[in-house]
Structures are given as C-alpha cells and as structure tokens.
Design a protein around this ligand. Structure first.
Ligand code: NAD
Length: 333
C-alpha cells in the first residue's frame, strides 16, 4: 500500500487545526476531509433533514470547507437539503456539484442539458455560482461527446462566471485518464480506487494528474460503507467476498479497540497527492467521528494486519459504465 513520493502536494496549509490543500492548478484550497453530501439525499438510508443540516453546520464550524453533491443524489433531494443548510453560509465553503447523471440509468451529457443542469442546481443550492462543476460518471457517456461537447459547454459556463472550475468524475480509471489526456480539466474525482481495499489510483491516475497539474479528489474512503461497522447498503456493486473481507476487517479492528472507519479514513487522509478525501456524512456524530479519525494516528502494525485480511480481494474492480469505457474487472476465486 505504498505510493510514489512524487505525488506529494506542495501547497498545503493548516488553519485552526484543519489542513487545506490546493486543488491542482485552481485557486481552491480544500479541507483534507470533504463533506460528501450524497447521504443527505437518503442514498444510503433515510436520514433526518434537521440532523443533516446540523451536520453541515458542525462540519463548517470544525473547518471542513469542501462540499460535494449532485442532482443525482436522491434525485435532487441532496442538493435541496444542502442548499437549505448552506443558506447564509455559502461564502464559507467550496461548493462542488455535477451534471450529466440524473437517475440510475438516465444520463444526458449534451451541451443543452449541461447549461440547464447548472441553472437548476444553482436554484436548489441557493447560490449564483458553483466552485467546481463536474461531469458526473463520465463512463456512462459517449467519450467523443464528453470531450467535444460536454466539457466545452462547461468551459463556456466557467467563462460566464457561473462555475469557477470544471472537472470530471467516475469509476473506471482508464476513461478518466483518456479524457484528461484529450482535453484540459481542472479536477478528477474518482471513488473506491484508493482506500484500504484498493490502490490502483496510484499507478493509473496519479501520474497523469501530475503531468497535467489536475487536482485529485478521492471519494468513498469507506468503500461506500464496506469499511464501517454497519456494512454496505444492498445496492453496493462489490461481490460478497469483498463485503466479507470488510466485515472481517471491522471485526479485527473491534478486537483491537479501534473503529474500522477511523483506520480506513486515516489511511486516505495520509495520501499527500490527494487534495481532499470525500466522506459521505449526514449526522453530527459521523462528522465528529471522522474528524477524530483525522486527529488520530494508526499504527503501521495494525495497517499491516489489515492488509493481510483484505489481501484476497485487494484491488478488486467491478464493471461500471458503457462496455467500451470500463476497466477490465477482476475475477475472484
Ligand atoms: P463513503 O465511503 O464515504 O461511505 C458513506 C457511508 O458511510 C454512509 O452510509 C455514511 O453514513 C457512512 N459513514 C460515514 N462516516 C461514518 C463513520 N464514522 N462511521 C460509520 N459509518 C460512517 O461513500 P460515499 O458517500 O459514496 O462517498 C463519499 C462522497 O463522495 C459522496 O457523498 C459523494 O459526494 C462523493 N462520491 C462521488 C462519486 C461520483 O462523483 N461518481 C461517487 C462516489 C462518491
């Protein structure tokens, strides 16, 4: 689980106990722990809207300034709730949302929809600009369209001041790399490609991001719930063997008197080439716990033992997106 030193980010500063890192060549300084707002859309389970709002406020009070959402999360519910929670506090945060994905199987990467999408998001988020506007899950789009139509449309919105910077998000690394090599983007967000279960982001994505000066955002340090006491939601794409390894890792941590989520997140925060690690949160308790993970260290011995537990499923990749855009998926014994 080592990573190349050359990925180290130079632009890092600590204010009031929180570390902020520069996102690539943008002028955005984002907290190393970012607030993933998908749970506010009841994506994992039903959540309490008031508690969600208080969680957002607690996060801001504690120095978390990076918030990521999408119209897709809860089919606009997460944006609505985040917008309401940020009312009066918009200027304290770096706000990221997305375009292109609007349902489980509903994608539209056309220029016309990109423009309309941003207008709709601005209304729901109660603001007149987005700091980071991202094409969501690009592997479900036609690559030629994403490169020649979607991203240029997003750049035009940037020129109009409605989006400060633009990026892409998705799961298959080869597709993210292909786009970044074809057209300038400011950031790349990938998920479930660097955490205790996997690390191929390092070899495939990081060298390309470094070459182009693109900021990297790492999402799902908890492997979308697998590395938690509660375990993964039913819709999780990983096969049973991966879930079982997560359960075993959680059990091992419990025996050692530590929470598996703390260990998992600490491991991600320590990646110096990543500007921010997004964690899905909707309660003050999780905000507090994840900040605790940021403050605590994990012993190298414990990490070593965890890597032994997950070794049989380490670097497992599931299929995502159009067949031509997928990474080759792994076989499990
Ligand atoms: P995650 O790995 O962060 O897991 C979130 C789950 O863990 C939720 O059920 C949450 O309630 C739970 N959790 C959080 N803190 C916990 C704690 N301390 N103890 C126990 N459980 C805890 O997965 P995620 O939410 O999918 O990813 C984080 C964020 O990254 C998302 O909210 C989203 O903003 C972003 N993301 C983007 C994409 C994309 O653009 N394609 C994909 C995945 C994630």
């Amino acid at each position: 689980m080592s990573r190349p030193e050359e990925n180290a980010i130079q632009n890092s500063q600590v204010r009031h106990g929180m570390e902020y890192r520069r996102l690539g060549r943008t002028d955005l300084d984002v907290s190393v722990i970012g607030f993933g707002a998908s749970p506010l859309g009841d994506v994992f389970r039903r959540t309490d809207p008031l508690e969600g709002r208080l969680a957002v406020h607690r996060a801001i009070d504690e120095g978390i300034n990076f918030f990521d959402v999408s119209p897709y999360y809860g089919l606009t519910l997460a944006e609505e709730r985040l917008g309401a929670a940020l009312d009066g506090r918009r200027n304290e945060v770096v706000l990221a949302t997305k375009c292109g994905r609007y349902g489980l199987d509903y994608f539209d990467f056309s220029a016309e929809r990109v423009v309309r999408s941003l207008e709709e998001s601005l209304k729901r988020l109660r603001t007149d600009y987005i700091d980071l506007f991202q094409a969501h899950d690009v592997e479900f789009g036609d690559m030629q369209q994403v490169i020649e139509e979607t991203i240029p449309a997003m750049r035009r919105l940037q020129e109009q001041g409605k989006a400060r910077f633009i990026g892409i998000t998705g799961y298959p690394l080869k597709t993210l790399v292909k786009i970044a090599n074809a057209v300038p983007v400011d950031s790349i967000l990938t998920y479930c490609r660097y955490n205790l279960m996997i690390n191929d982001m390092d070899t495939v994505l990081m060298p390309v991001a470094k070459k182009h000066g693109v900021g990297v955002i790492n999402a799902s340090g908890l492997h979308m719930g697998i590395l938690t006491e509660q375990g993964a939601p039913d819709w999780h794409p990983a096969p049973q063997a991966v879930r079982d390894a997560g359960r075993e890792a959680a059990e091992f941590c419990r025996q050692q008197g530590v929470d598996v989520s703390h260990v998992a997140l600490r491991h991600c925060f320590d990646h110096s080439g990543v500007a921010s690690t997004l964690v899905g949160m909707s309660t003050r308790r999780h905000v507090e716990e994840n900040l605790e993970a940021l403050r605590n260290q994990v012993s190298p011995e414990l990490l070593k033992q965890m890597s032994v537990i997950v070794a049989p499923v380490f670097n497992y990749v599931w299929p995502s997106g159009r067949p031509e855009n997928r990474d080759s998926s792994s076989a499990l014994n």
